[in-house]
Design a protein around this ligand. Sequence first.
Ligand SMILES: *Cc1c(COP(=O)(O)O)cnc(C)c1O
Length: 373
Amino acid sequence: MSNKNPATPVKVQPRPVLDLLPKYAAGKPPTAVAGLTSYKMSSNENPLPPVPAVMDAIREGVDYNRYPDPLATKLRESLAGYLDVPAEDIVTGAGSLGALTQILQTFAGQNDDDVADEVIYAWRSFEAYPIVVQTTGADAVEIPNLPDGRHDLDAMAAAVNAQTSVVLLCTPNNPTGPALTTVEVEKFINSVPANVLIVIDEAYNEFVRLEDAVDGIKMFRKYPNVVVLRTFSKAHSLANLRVGYSISHPSITQYLRVIATPFAVSSLAEKAAVASIENIDQVVERVQHLVDERTRVVEGLRAIGWEVPDAQGNFIWLNFGADTPDFARIADEQALSVRAFGNEGLRVSIGEEEANTRFLEVCSNYPKRPAVS
Ligand SMILES: *Cc1c(COP(=O)(O)O)cnc(C)c1O
């Protein structure tokens, strides 16, 4: 089409699906309040810096003028040793979000006959899911969580049909907190056709203390249609360096490697991640500190009569309904930024000790309490 008439300029047009996509709302920074240290509890970040060996590795630097190893070989070999899986089964990405994008672009979309694949996931869950899923052209099928914030796996299994190409399981579920158990995940996998890809997103795996929690890697070993997602963003304190990965069988990785963005993981990120794995004992120690803080927060809330869903990540969920914006404002007045989801509820990341203590104070002074699940 030419653009002869300046009164009706022809404009560039995005794909129609763009109108459907929710905006990714990143956690807000806290408001500065005189006399108070501000704390960001809105993005599930690790409040601690990476372990010292990682900082040394970063300071040492890399050949910044050279492209990174496209296969992140050193990192995959280091992970292979640590996780006891073949290095070939690991595909890296720019964060596990990068790895998830590869998976969805490979296995979900609009087909030649114009029929869209369906991708099933629990809702509410990770905010990026609807965006990444719908960008592929696939239809998002959101299955409401149970009142206690757990996935409704029976309803998710019942939603599977001939169009279903991928199911996303988020354990522990961001933002509600509970983790899935081995028994329920195996029952789910066995009830779904073997041509449906099951993605187990374990971004917070290191924080889980539930005894019978599912271990995605065990599911991967047992079932050829399972992909596990992990990240260095949370437990390893490397959110800014963007490094994550998936683990799956060669029948899956052969395609992921075709679609993966070349050079997605920088050499600096790779080097940092390797150093973090090499010092995993220190990482585990820091994670334990955050888990202890999580326990302190949950017990503090229960002590004032508040009910919160089982918290297995580095965050807790407050089912505040219509009071959500009000509570977020009150927290902000105390220089704490928390993550409010409309009129549904709030997710509060476990932060520095002082942040957690102040959060508990804000809660004890708040006249209402979150809805009982
Ligand atoms: C934070 C998070 C991720 C990962 O993010 P990256 O920084 O891209 O690794 C993935 N899934 C869930 C559920 C998360 O909360």
